[in-house]
Design a protein around this ligand. Structure first.
Ligand SMILES: [Zn+2]
Length: 125
Protein backbone atom coordinates (compact mmCIF):
# COMPACT_ATOMS: atom_id res chain seq x y z
CA UNK A 1 0.00 0.00 0.00
CA UNK A 2 3.08 2.24 -0.14
CA UNK A 3 2.16 3.17 -3.66
CA UNK A 4 -1.36 4.29 -2.75
CA UNK A 5 -0.11 6.66 -0.06
CA UNK A 6 2.71 8.16 -2.12
CA UNK A 7 0.25 8.59 -5.00
CA UNK A 8 -2.16 10.36 -2.66
CA UNK A 9 0.44 12.90 -1.62
CA UNK A 10 1.54 13.42 -5.23
CA UNK A 11 -2.09 14.00 -6.25
CA UNK A 12 -2.46 16.54 -3.45
CA UNK A 13 0.64 18.51 -4.40
CA UNK A 14 -0.17 18.48 -8.12
CA UNK A 15 -3.70 19.74 -7.50
CA UNK A 16 -2.44 22.39 -5.10
CA UNK A 17 0.11 23.60 -7.66
CA UNK A 18 -2.58 23.68 -10.35
CA UNK A 19 -4.89 25.68 -8.10
CA UNK A 20 -2.11 28.13 -7.26
CA UNK A 21 -1.40 28.61 -10.96
CA UNK A 22 -5.14 29.08 -11.55
CA UNK A 23 -4.86 26.38 -14.18
CA UNK A 24 -7.83 25.09 -16.09
CA UNK A 25 -6.30 21.69 -16.43
CA UNK A 26 -3.08 19.83 -15.95
CA UNK A 27 -1.53 18.68 -19.18
CA UNK A 28 1.31 16.55 -17.91
CA UNK A 29 3.08 15.51 -14.75
CA UNK A 30 6.69 14.36 -14.59
CA UNK A 31 7.79 12.31 -11.63
CA UNK A 32 11.22 11.17 -10.59
CA UNK A 33 11.72 8.04 -8.57
CA UNK A 34 15.02 7.08 -7.07
CA UNK A 35 16.16 3.62 -8.06
CA UNK A 36 15.90 2.48 -4.42
CA UNK A 37 12.59 4.13 -3.69
CA UNK A 38 10.85 0.76 -3.30
CA UNK A 39 7.85 1.92 -5.27
CA UNK A 40 6.46 0.04 -8.20
CA UNK A 41 6.00 2.76 -10.87
CA UNK A 42 3.10 0.97 -12.55
CA UNK A 43 1.29 0.77 -9.22
CA UNK A 44 1.89 4.44 -8.50
CA UNK A 45 0.62 5.30 -11.96
CA UNK A 46 -2.53 3.30 -11.33
CA UNK A 47 -3.24 5.09 -8.06
CA UNK A 48 -2.45 8.46 -9.60
CA UNK A 49 -5.06 7.86 -12.27
CA UNK A 50 -7.57 6.94 -9.59
CA UNK A 51 -6.66 10.05 -7.59
CA UNK A 52 -6.85 12.37 -10.58
CA UNK A 53 -10.34 11.22 -11.59
CA UNK A 54 -12.80 14.11 -11.76
CA UNK A 55 -10.06 16.67 -11.16
CA UNK A 56 -8.37 19.15 -13.54
CA UNK A 57 -5.61 16.56 -13.86
CA UNK A 58 -7.88 13.76 -15.08
CA UNK A 59 -6.36 13.78 -18.58
CA UNK A 60 -2.80 14.55 -17.58
CA UNK A 61 -0.03 12.57 -19.25
CA UNK A 62 2.15 10.89 -16.66
CA UNK A 63 5.85 10.51 -17.16
CA UNK A 64 7.76 8.53 -14.59
CA UNK A 65 11.54 8.57 -14.67
CA UNK A 66 13.88 6.51 -12.61
CA UNK A 67 16.96 8.35 -11.43
CA UNK A 68 20.09 6.55 -10.25
CA UNK A 69 20.86 6.56 -6.56
CA UNK A 70 24.00 8.15 -5.17
CA UNK A 71 26.13 7.28 -2.21
CA UNK A 72 28.74 9.21 -0.23
CA UNK A 73 31.69 7.75 1.64
CA UNK A 74 31.99 9.05 5.19
CA UNK A 75 35.68 8.20 5.27
CA UNK A 76 37.00 9.93 2.14
CA UNK A 77 34.04 12.01 0.96
CA UNK A 78 33.77 10.35 -2.45
CA UNK A 79 30.33 10.60 -4.05
CA UNK A 80 28.85 8.69 -6.88
CA UNK A 81 26.42 6.18 -8.21
CA UNK A 82 26.35 2.85 -6.49
CA UNK A 83 29.00 0.50 -7.88
CA UNK A 84 28.14 -2.95 -9.05
CA UNK A 85 28.37 -5.17 -6.05
CA UNK A 86 29.11 -8.43 -7.76
CA UNK A 87 25.59 -9.77 -7.66
CA UNK A 88 24.84 -8.03 -10.94
CA UNK A 89 22.41 -5.75 -9.15
CA UNK A 90 23.15 -2.23 -7.98
CA UNK A 91 21.72 -0.95 -4.76
CA UNK A 92 22.36 -1.17 -1.04
CA UNK A 93 19.41 -3.33 -0.17
CA UNK A 94 20.47 -6.31 -2.22
CA UNK A 95 23.73 -8.13 -2.49
CA UNK A 96 26.55 -8.16 0.04
CA UNK A 97 28.22 -4.95 1.26
CA UNK A 98 28.29 -1.46 -0.18
CA UNK A 99 31.83 -0.40 -0.86
CA UNK A 100 33.34 3.00 -1.57
CA UNK A 101 34.61 3.11 -5.16
CA UNK A 102 37.56 5.31 -4.11
CA UNK A 103 38.95 3.98 -0.86
CA UNK A 104 37.16 0.66 -0.57
CA UNK A 105 35.66 1.64 2.78
CA UNK A 106 32.23 0.44 3.79
CA UNK A 107 31.19 3.47 5.85
CA UNK A 108 28.94 4.89 3.19
CA UNK A 109 25.60 6.63 3.29
CA UNK A 110 22.85 6.95 0.74
CA UNK A 111 22.38 10.57 -0.29
CA UNK A 112 19.75 10.08 -2.95
CA UNK A 113 17.86 7.30 -4.60
CA UNK A 114 15.04 6.71 -2.14
CA UNK A 115 12.95 9.71 -3.01
CA UNK A 116 9.83 9.96 -5.11
CA UNK A 117 9.26 13.53 -6.22
CA UNK A 118 7.14 15.59 -8.55
CA UNK A 119 9.69 17.02 -10.95
CA UNK A 120 7.42 19.24 -12.99
CA UNK A 121 3.85 19.77 -14.03
CA UNK A 122 2.53 21.48 -17.11
CA UNK A 123 -0.81 23.24 -16.96
CA UNK A 124 -3.23 24.90 -19.33
CA UNK A 125 -4.75 28.19 -18.24
ZN1 LIG B 1 35.88 6.28 0.48
Amino acid sequence: MHEASIAESIVRSVLRAAAEAKAEKVESVTLEFGEWSAFEPAQVEFWLKVGFENTPAAAAALEIRTVPGRIRCRACGAEGACPQNGSGVTGPFVGPVLECPSCGGSDVEIISGREAVVKSIRVVK
